[in-house]
Write a protein that binds this ligand. Structure first.
Ligand code: SAH
Length: 259
């Protein structure tokens, strides 16, 4: 299925009706993977009623308790933001974001995050994203209903997909090591970097959160690969902190595998 590497992630949606509206918007545009993080009202009648025939998308929606778990394996995460943020994060227009999502090569996982109806996404959640996307609305009344925002972005994804299937017959395969690092791999590297900077007293009197946010912005712009953040030449057992040497738990198993 084309576009099945793209998941739409709703973070703590409060209204079941909006979840149904998102499912419908997705299916209209050929997307099927809906992910819900701690929804307040799901499953329920409101969601099914608003889905209007996209019940299959609701039925196969994945539920997670935390956003970290929902996007741990993603190579590209884009956050949809209704307003301008204080943090200087890479920004994409909806069509540029859609082109980037569609052009992800085989084996890459992509997520678009949508925030809570009342408060949107937090800055910490935005920091998990490689870029933000803003639908250019009236600045004095900029916030769309979440299902409407999903509709606009899924439409752009469809347009980008139709354009790309005209001029690009085959997706090329990228070696695993050269794929963009996943959220989990990036977070592991940040933990390690933070720990090392603490150890050498790099932060001094500055606020570590501010410095880490700037560094994350820098790494995100660089489109870091797995080879760069989890280098294979680091021997097992060194350094004795989490991060590069983290073991990823396989679902349903106590065994891990080396990241
Ligand atoms: N009051 C919230 C808006 C929440 S709207 C705030 O000020 O942040 C719910 C979600 O829909 C947002 O978190 C965002 O993901 C999406 N959304 C709404 N309007 C948008 C816009 N103009 N551009 C991009 N995403 C938008």
């Amino acid at each position: 299925m084309p576009l099945n590497h793209i998941r739409i992630v709703l973070v703590q949606p409060s209204h079941g009706g909006n979840i149904g509206g998102c499912a419908r918007a997705m299916k209209n545009m050929g997307l099927t993977r809906l992910v819900l993080v701690a929804p307040e009202d799901f499953p329920g009648e409101e969601a099914s009623a608003r889905a209007a025939g996209a019940d299959d998308v609701l039925a196969q929606a994945l539920l997670y308790a935390t956003l970290d778990e929902a996007i741990a394996d993603c190579h590209l995460v884009i956050g949809a933001s209704a307003r301008d943020r204080h943090i200087a994060w890479p920004r994409l227009t909806p069509d540029a974001a859609a082109r980037r999502m569609v052009s992800a090569t085989a084996g890459q996982e992509v997520a678009v995050l949508f925030g809570r109806e009342r408060t949107g996404l937090t800055n910490e959640e935005m920091e998990l994203c490689k870029a933000l996307v803003h639908i250019p609305t009236n600045p004095e009344y900029s916030s769309l209903n979440v299902a409407a925002a999903v509709q606009v972005l899924c439409y752009e994804v469809r347009m980008a997909f139709l354009a790309s299937s005209e001029d690009r017959p085959l997706k090329t395969k990228t070696a695993k090591e050269d794929m963009p690092a996943t959220t989990d791999q990036m977070e592991g590297m940040y933990e390690h970097l933070y720990q090392t900077m603490e150890d050498i007293k790099f932060f001094g009197t500055s606020n570590p959160d501010v410095i880490m946010r700037r560094l994350k912005g820098l790494f995100n712009r660089a489109q870091t690969t797995k080879r760069e953040v989890a280098p294979p030449w680091i021997p097992p057992g060194y350094p004795p902190v989490t991060g590069w040497l983290r073991w990823e738990k396989c679902p349903g198993s106590r065994q891990g595998r080396r990241l």
